[in-house]
Design a protein around this ligand. Structure first.
Ligand code: GAP
Length: 515
């Protein structure tokens, strides 16, 4: 655990030191769970957004984009159920005065049981080697059976209690399991209460006439209310999707995990409108498609898993998370939800406007069902960034810090370094920059010895360093050094664009989603 905490601390400090993420309004001691993306962070974030957008919109003939406003008519949130049901169950510790999400405390307890079971499985697979039969072991080993059935029982009881609004039973469960305040160990808990996560704001010039609004807690509703506008103006035929990226706001109770849980964050969401009855087919399709998108980035297959929801949101008839192995364990990265016709029907009821689709093949109107994919851009950033940060021991015993970002997402694709600051080498380096900058973000660096410059670019995540030396003046060749292998090749200047392009092009990376 200590190791995991250290790793996480490294991630946070590296993000600040290398210009990726700063705490918001830091000179005023910051604002809890709000962050600013710095000069490199903004590029990485933009690249992740573009990687998502291309795969969803550009690569799908039947998916189009949208950019709806953050502020929406307040009835939107009444219709969507957010005013009445967008709550988290909170619990306070009377001794430490710390506030927690009751469901998260219970889920963390259940996850520990899961980890115990996994440890037993790991030990047995080493012991039995080739003869190990996972299915048999999981169903017959007494300890594993006990851990997993206890986990299931706990999560089912929690889902039931939350579903029935039985908050007294949620507290009883916390007490029965003897769950303690993770920070202090105290078990002196208050009752569990519901807390609405929406931020309120006002529209209007004077206090008397102001209209109460909410900052949107999800981008999805902007898509729902525009469903018919897009369908008609784009002459879209079911099945079709509408994709959107943008800010969302939630007054999170527990917001202590850097950019994992923020109060202002960005979502990348897509609502896929389908014929009623076909939603499960598309739900499975999007689960697979979205997992393949994640896998294409090469962060390691073992770092992803699906988690099927026990407690379904008020709008869903099936839901799963793609979880990622963050520095603090497996947590939700993306949600895939079958949202039924809940939202469109609700908006039809509250607005009095028809939200139905006319199916020309079937010659009838119906309310489409919706399958949603929703991934947090900031969470994607954290997944990519934390997984890429490595401390390596080199052959000569020295160490280096390297940010092995997927090169398609790296903020700067190449740094051009004149070996020395004289003899005309800076001028040649500048000329190379002038040519490459039309296609890539490139940086110039002439300060310090070249070895230190390599280390600096490694820590920044730059995939290539191009070094201009005296031989360049004679034969127009340079060395190109690869960040991950540290291998250097001598190539001619005219080849540079092709070499970089081959490594960083979105096309080459996105092709891997087609496995
Ligand atoms: N429209 C469906 C929806 O909003 P959600 O599971 O509440 O579903 C979707 O959120 C995704 O948004 C999550 O999987 C997560 O990646 C991201 N997300 C949610 N709350 C967040 C927060 N407070 N900070 C950062 N990302 C968040």
């Amino acid at each position: 655990m200590a190791k995991q905490e250290d790793l996480f601390k490294n991630v946070v400090s590296h993000a600040k030191e290398y210009g990726y993420i700063f705490p918001s309004s830091e000179i005023y001691d910051g604002l809890s769970a709000v962050y600013d993306y710095a000069q490199n962070g903004v590029e990485l974030k933009k690249n992740i957004r573009e990687y998502w957008w291309k795969s969803m919109v550009q690569m799908h003939e039947n998916i189009v984009g949208l950019d709806a406003a953050i502020l929406m008519h307040p009835t939107t949130w009444k219709a969507s159920g957010h005013v009445d049901a967008f709550n988290d169950p909170l619990i306070d510790n009377k001794d430490s005065k710390r506030r927690y999400r009751a469901d998260v405390l219970i889920e963390d307890y259940a996850e520990k049981l899961n980890q115990k079971a996994e440890k037993e499985i790991e030990k047995a697979s080493v012991r039995f080697g080739e003869a190990f039969n996972l299915e048999e072991f999981v169903t017959t080993n007494a300890r594993v059976v006990e851990y997993l059935s206890k986990k299931k029982e706990i999560l089912e009881r929690m889902a039931r209690s939350l579903g029935n609004e039985d908050l007294a039973d949620v507290k009883a469960l916390i007490e029965e399991l003897e769950i303690a305040d993770p920070e202090t160990g105290s078990r002196n808990w208050t009752d569990v209460k519901q807390f609405n996560l929406m931020f309120g704001t006002k529209l209007g010039a004077s206090a008397e006439n102001a209209m109460d609004l909410y900052l949107r807690p999800e981008t999805a509703q902007g898509i729902f209310v525009n469903f018919l506008n897009v369908q008609k103006s784009g002459r879209m035929k079911i099945p079709f999707g509408i994709a959107q990226t943008g800010k969302a706001f939630r007054n999170e109770i527990v917001a202590r995990q850097f950019i994992f849980r923020m109060r202002e964050f960005e979502q990348m969401e897509m609502q896929f409108f389908v014929k009623p009855g076909e939603e499960m087919k598309y739900y499975e399709y999007w689960k697979t498609t979205r997992l393949n998108w994640h896998l294409s980035l090469g962060l390691g297959k073992e770092n992803y898993r699906f988690h099927d929801h026990e407690k379904l949101a008020h709008y869903a008839n099936a839901a799963a998370d793609i979880e990622f192995n963050f520095p603090f364990g497996f947590k939700e990265l993306e949600g895939i939800h079958s949202r039924t016709d809940f939202d469109l029907k609700a908006h039809e009821e509250f607005s009095g406007k028809k939200m139905q689709y006319f199916d020309t093949e079937e010659n009838k109107n119906y309310t489409p069902y919706v399958v949603e994919t929703s991934v947090g851009l900031d969470r994607m950033f954290l997944a990519v960034f934390s997984n890429s940060l490595k401390e390596e021991t080199l052959e000569d015993g020295s160490t280096r810090t390297v940010l092995q970002l997927p090169s398609v997402l790296a903020p700067t694709k190449a740094a051009v370094l004149p070996l020395v600051k004289k003899d005309g080498l800076p001028e040649v380096a500048r000329k190379i920059i002038e040519e490459l900058k039309w296609d890539f973000n490139v940086a110039y660096d002439e300060k310090d010895a070249v070895g230190r410059r390599y280390r600096r670019q490694d820590a920044l995540g730059t995939p290539f360093c191009i070094t201009v030396d005296h031989q360049t003046l004679e034969d127009e060749t340079v060395t190109i050094r690869h960040r991950d292998t540290m291998k250097q090749d001598r190539v001619s200047i005219s080849e540079l664009k092709g070499i970089i392009e081959n490594e960083v092009s979105m096309k080459n990376w996105l092709m891997k989603t087609k496995v």
